[in-house]
Design a protein around this ligand. Structure first.
Ligand code: PRP
Length: 206
C-alpha cells in the first residue's frame, strides 16, 4: 500500500487533478464531505487530506510514503525528505513587500511580519540585515498598512492583494510551486512503485 498526503485546499485540489489525470483516482475525494482518508484498493493506494503546513510531517515520519507540499512550506519546515519532482502547480513567489511610499533606513532594525519566520530570517541573514520578526497567521498585508511592521515576507500570486492595499514588491526571495516529496526509507523500500507514480505525474504536470 502506498500512502499519499495531499494538502487540503486550493493547491491540493490542483494536485489531485494531476493525480487523477495520471490515472490515480480516489472516489469521493473532491466531494463536499468531511472525510479525510480515501482508498483505491485496485491501485493499492490510500490518499489523505492534510493541513498544507503538516504534509512534510506526515511524510518525514513515514505515515505517508509520498506527499505534495508547497515549496514555501518545504523551505520553512526544512523536513528530512526527498524532493522528487516539481509538480508545477500553484506557481507563485515568496517576496518582500512594503507600502508604496516606504523608504528604508538601512541603519535601523527592520520589522518584518510573516508567516514564514525561517525563510525571512535566512533571507535577511544572507543580506547581513538585523530584523525583528513578527509572526502572524494570515492577512499579513494589514501589518505594514497599520504600522505594525515595515515590510512583509509573503506569497504573491497575482499581486492583487498587494495592489488593493497600496503595497508593492520590493524584492523576490524564491519561486514557489507544489513539489512531490517522499519519505526516505519508503523511497528505498517502495522505490519501484514511487518511481512509477513520479513518471506518470511528470507526464501530466506542465
Ligand atoms: C495568500 C497570500 C496573499 C495572497 C496573495 O493569502 O498570503 O495574501 O494569497 O495572492 P495574490 O497575489 O493573488 O493577491 P491567502 O489567500 O492564502 O490567505 P491568507 O492571507 O489567510 O494567508
Amino acid at each position: 500500500m502506498i500512502n499519499v498526503a495531499l494538502p487540503k485546499g486550493r493547491l491540493g485540489e490542483k494536485v489531485y487533478g494531476l493525480f487523477s489525470r495520471a490515472g490515480y483516482d480516489f472516489p469521493g475525494m473532491l466531494e463536499k464531505n468531511r472525510r479525510l482518508v480515501f482508498e483505491n484498493e485496485a491501485l493499492g493506494m490510500r490518499c489523505f487530506w492534510v493541513k498544507p503546513f503538516d504534509v512534510p510531517v506526515f511524510v518525514e515520519r513515514g505515515t505517508a510514503d509520498i506527499g505534495a507540499a508547497g515549496k514555501d512550506i518545504l523551505m520553512e519546515r526544512a523536513p528530512d525528505v526527498y524532493e522528487l519532482l516539481d509538480l508545477k502547480a500553484g506557481k507563485c513567489r515568496m517576496s518582500v513587500a512594503a507600502r508604496n511610499d516606504y523608504h528604508d533606513d538601512p541603519g535601523r532594525v527592520l520589522r518584518v511580519a510573516t508567516e514564514f519566520p525561517r525563510i525571512a530570517q535566512e533571507y535577511y541573514s544572507g543580506l547581513g540585515r538585523e530584523i525583528d520578526i513578527i509572526t502572524l497567521r494570515g492577512s499579513l498585508e494589514l501589518a505594514p498598512v497599520l504600522g505594525l511592521s515595515d515590510v512583509i515576507v509573503d506569497i504573491v500570486e497575482t499581486g492583487t492583494t498587494l495592489r488593493e492595499n497600496n503595497l508593492s514588491v520590493i524584492s523576490d526571495i524564491a519561486e514557489l510551486s507544489a513539489r512531490l516529496i517522499a519519505n526516505k526509507s519508503a523511497y528505498k523500500f517502495k522505490g519501484k512503485e514511487i518511481s512509477e507514480i513520479m513518471r506518470r505525474l511528470q507526464e501530466v504536470s506542465c
